[in-house]
Ligand binder design. Structure first.
Ligand code: ATP
Ligand code: MG
Length: 350
């Protein structure tokens, strides 16, 4: 939608692809969420915020499992939760190539499908590739924030279910050398991002570089991905050990990817969780497991998130269980971060 303050009903119909009757129906049923004055039941002009609400309700109405009553209470809950700030999830691993990006991308799309305003940040700054998994074509990356070439709204790329991607870019390292006004401008942009986001999912690179450690130290939930491969299991434990040494505050969780059976996942859980408990005194929670599924590679080749291409595939069903756990945790989250969102993007020391 082009940048202007107010939009007509025709603007909305053409940009959202909705019929007028559908919009009128949503207004009648959900008017309370739009803040329309009582005396004018059908408005003629809409703000961008009202359009976003319309869009979100339309998405929820498309879900066959939700009644109108459930959508209303879900929406009310989302509105109440909005005041809490951004919940940050980092998807990470010791060993590379274990499925982080595939998991992060699909989790972000699925969370957005549940009505959560989700932003995926491609934190694999050198080899950013989440846009390929999503099938979107970014014009800018996070690095363009620094060079003033783009504001945060221009950088965000919309993906399925209304989730948004912040494409990664290696220029982010320059952030450490910013002067005061540059840094303040970026903080303002990130603060704006925070106002439009409920959950930030960060796809990190593998291993324990300074950037990865910064991302996981600022996350509320750290999802470490391992496969049943012994090297990957050992590296997952190694990553957890370093995170514990760094005294990370977030909850540590394990996802076992590419398993052939539940029993195979249990073996990895027992090994990593047992060792973390015994040798590090750290509780690592089971976030869930994902089956080995040839559809994962098919989706990557098709440049489409797995959940959009094969919503009933075994891997998606596993991911849905992980999403349900995350939604549960998010509900219990009290909000109020110790760290500010911009610290993720702006290193505090060089
Ligand atoms: N559940 C799965 N079943 C089958 N193949 C999978 C599964 N998950 C991931 N893969 C395969 O593993 C490969 C690597 O996946 P992905 O790029 O998501 O890993 P990564 O951890 O992000 O890698 P990197 O460390 O390089 O960033 C992909 O080619 C994908 O096909
Ligand atoms: Mg990756």
């Amino acid at each position: 939608m082009e940048e202007k303050e107010l939009y007509t009903l025709d603007d909305i119909c053409s940009s959202l692809g909705l019929e007028k009757n559908r919009i009128r129906f949503i207004e009648r049923e959900f008017g309370a969420f739009f803040g329309f004055p009582r005396l004018s039941p059908f408005p003629t002009l809409y703000t961008l915020k009202q359009i976003n609400i319309l869009k979100k309700i339309d998405q929820l109405l498309n879900r066959p499992d939700l009644s109108i009553f459930q959508i209303k209470s879900e929406f009310q809950r989302l509105c109440l939760e909005r005041g809490k700030g951004v919940w940050v999830i980092a998807v990470t691993s010791g060993k590379g190539g274990v499925g982080k990006t595939s998991i992060a991308v699909n989790l972000a799309v699925m969370l957005a499908g549940h009505g959560v305003r989700t932003v995926l940040f491609d934190g694999d700054l050198g080899l950013a590739n989440a846009h390929l998994f999503l099938g979107v074509n970014p014009k800018f990356s996070i690095a363009d924030l620094i060079t003033r070439r783009a504001g945060i709204e221009e950088i965000l790329v919309e993906g399925p279910c209304g989730m948004k991607l912040i494409p990664g870019g290696s220029g982010l390292f320059q952030l450490a050398e910013l002067n005061e006004p540059q840094r303040n401008r970026i903080i303002d942009e990130i603060t704006r991002l925070g106002k439009m986001t409920d959950v930030l999912v960060i796809d990190t690179s593998a291993g324990v570089s300074r950037n990865v450690l910064r991302f996981i130290s600022l996350a509320d939930e750290i999802l470490t991905v391992a496969t049943p491969n012994i090297a990957s299991t050992l590296d997952a434990f190694g990553l957890i050990r370093i995170a514990v040494q760094q005294k990370v505050a977030g909850n540590m969780n394990l996802i076992v990817n590419r398993v052939r059976s539940r029993a195979q996942a249990d073996q990895v859980f027992d090994k990593v969780i047992g060792c973390a408990n015994e040798f590090l005194g750290k509780i690592v929670e089971r976030a869930g497991y994902v089956f080995e599924d040839s559809n994962v590679e098919k989706a990557i080749q098709a440049r489409s998130p797995l959940v959009s291409l094969c919503p009933d595939s075994p891997a998606v069903l596993c991911l849905e269980e992980i999403v349900q756990k995350l939604l549960h945790k998010k509900k219990a989250w009290k909000g109020g971060r110790k760290t500010e969102l911009f610290e993720l993007f702006v290193p505090m020391e060089a």
